[in-house]
Write a protein that binds this ligand. Structure first.
Ligand SMILES: *[C@@H]1O[C@H](CO)[C@@H](O)[C@H](O)[C@H]1NC(C)=O
Ligand SMILES: *[C@@H]1O[C@H](CO)[C@@H](O)[C@H](O)[C@H]1NC(C)=O
Ligand SMILES: *[C@@H]1O[C@H](CO)[C@@H](O)[C@H](O)[C@H]1NC(C)=O
Ligand SMILES: *[C@@H]1O[C@H](CO)[C@@H](O)[C@H](O)[C@H]1NC(C)=O
Length: 353
């Protein structure tokens, strides 16, 4: 009995000692769609960009931290730059790459967890294996959730696409909800056999201008339509770029899915509306989309508490994000601004857990 009591006391002291400490200034921002990668992953998958961009993607403690300091960013959650392991078709190679990346990132931030946290990279070929790696990353490495870059490529020709809205992925979502961590769904560049016919006529539409939102919104709407959130009502998915356009279009999407527009014959096997899932299961961040009118419109559509600040460094500069936050002083109530730039992040990422 005494031993049990002593052990319980020991555990609670351990928990106190292990409670997350982060650079809580009470006013700085928190950003968590912030990309990092390694030379190995740049070789294994295609990560395009200038030499400066590639250097910034591989940096944590130098120009990235300096820019955070200059722009009043208290805390950043790093994740693996797209496509990361979603671009590796060979399951064994992808699983090993994810584990290596996660261990490497944990080590890289270990001397400054005051400023940096991490989302796990996951190979998504085998949902049970993905769940196991997520559990390891959260419980052993102290990661705050996961970030996956849209669909997983697989198959001998790298052209079998895996979407996580299928029943086989329930085992993964079950672990996510049990661990009570968010999963960020981030865009990726399409495989060539899709990208060329769709975007060959206007190549400037590849990437952030159009392709990312179009492709990723299909995946997110699939999660809704295929009933994932009915089966896991507590599941929280993070979506960047102000929701990949979905909250701008709820009226039309829900009308079409209800068969109101054009008498659509195929109804999705979902029990609620897209609006409901947006209000309860999907959180959007402002990464790379600092549009004030859209922020206000979305707040009215899905609720202001579903919107969180993020930047998308190094694709977007912390300067640009901070300059936008300064303009919001005139638009939002002081407590709303605090909620947007840090308050909800502390809750959603469980920073004080
Ligand atoms: C905490 O973050 C602020 C930026 O908001 C930065 O200026 C300060 O140096 C940071 N403190 C530590 C100990 O890293
Ligand atoms: C995947 O990669 C491993 C390790 O390089 C290799 O042994 C295996 O044959 C590959 N599998 C396929 C299906 O290509
Ligand atoms: C953490 O380690 C890196 C790499 O050695 C170094 O550049 C950085 O200054 C260190 N940060 C702290 C806070 O000690
Ligand atoms: C969704 O609706 C179907 C049909 O009414 C029902 O069988 C199923 O139990 C519901 N699923 C959830 C998770 O509520």
């Amino acid at each position: 009995m005494l031993a049990t009591l002593l052990f319980a006391a020991f555990l609670s002291v351990l928990q106190l000692v292990n409670a997350r400490r982060w650079n809580n200034t009470g006013k700085g921002s928190i950003a968590f769609e912030e990309a990092y990668t390694t030379a190995t992953l740049i070789q294994l998958t295609f990560v395009g960009g200038s030499s400066t961009l590639l250097a910034n993607l591989q940096d944590i403690h130098n120009q990235r931290l300096q820019s955070m300091d200059k722009n009043a960013v208290d805390y950043v959650v790093l994740s693996c730059a797209s496509p990361c392991t979603q671009g590796i078709a060979n399951q064994t190679v992808a699983e090993e790459a994810a584990r290596t990346f996660n261990d490497g990132l944990a080590a890289a931030i270990s001397n400054n967890t005051l400023r940096f946290g991490a989302f796990a990279a996951l190979a998504m070929h085998d949902p049970a294996a993905a769940a196991t790696e997520l559990r390891r990353a959260v419980t052993q490495l102290g990661f705050l959730g996961a970030l996956v870059n849209d669909y997983q490529v697989s198959g001998p020709n790298s052209d079998t696409l895996l979407f996580y809205d299928q029943p086989a992925y329930d085992v993964f979502w079950e672990t996510v909800t049990e661990l009570d961590v968010p999963v960020y769904l981030h865009p990726r560049t399409n495989i060539k056999s899709i990208q060329t016919p769709l975007f060959g006529h206007a190549q400037y539409l590849q990437g952030a201008s159009q392709e990312f939102a179009v492709t990723l919104s299909n995946h997110i709407l699939g999660l809704c339509g295929n009933g994932v959130f009915d089966r896991f009502p507590s599941l929280q998915i993070l979506v960047g770029h102000l929701g990949e356009r979905i909250p701008s279009d709820i009226w039309r999407i829900d009308n079409a899915l209800a068969g109101v527009i054009g008498g659509s014959a195929i109804r999705p096997p979902m029990n609620k509306t897209i609006a409901h899932y947006l209000q309860h299961n999907i959180l959007e961040t402002t990464s790379g989309n600092f549009a004030t009118d859209l922020l206000k419109f979305h707040a009215a559509q899905i609720g202001f508490d579903r919107i969180l600040y993020s930047v998308d460094y190094p694709f977007v500069a912390f300067e640009q994000g901070e300059a936008w936050l300064q303009t919001l002083v005139k638009v939002l109530e002081p407590e709303e601004l605090v909620q947007l730039k840090r308050g909800r992040a502390i809750e959603v990422l469980h920073l004080d857990r």
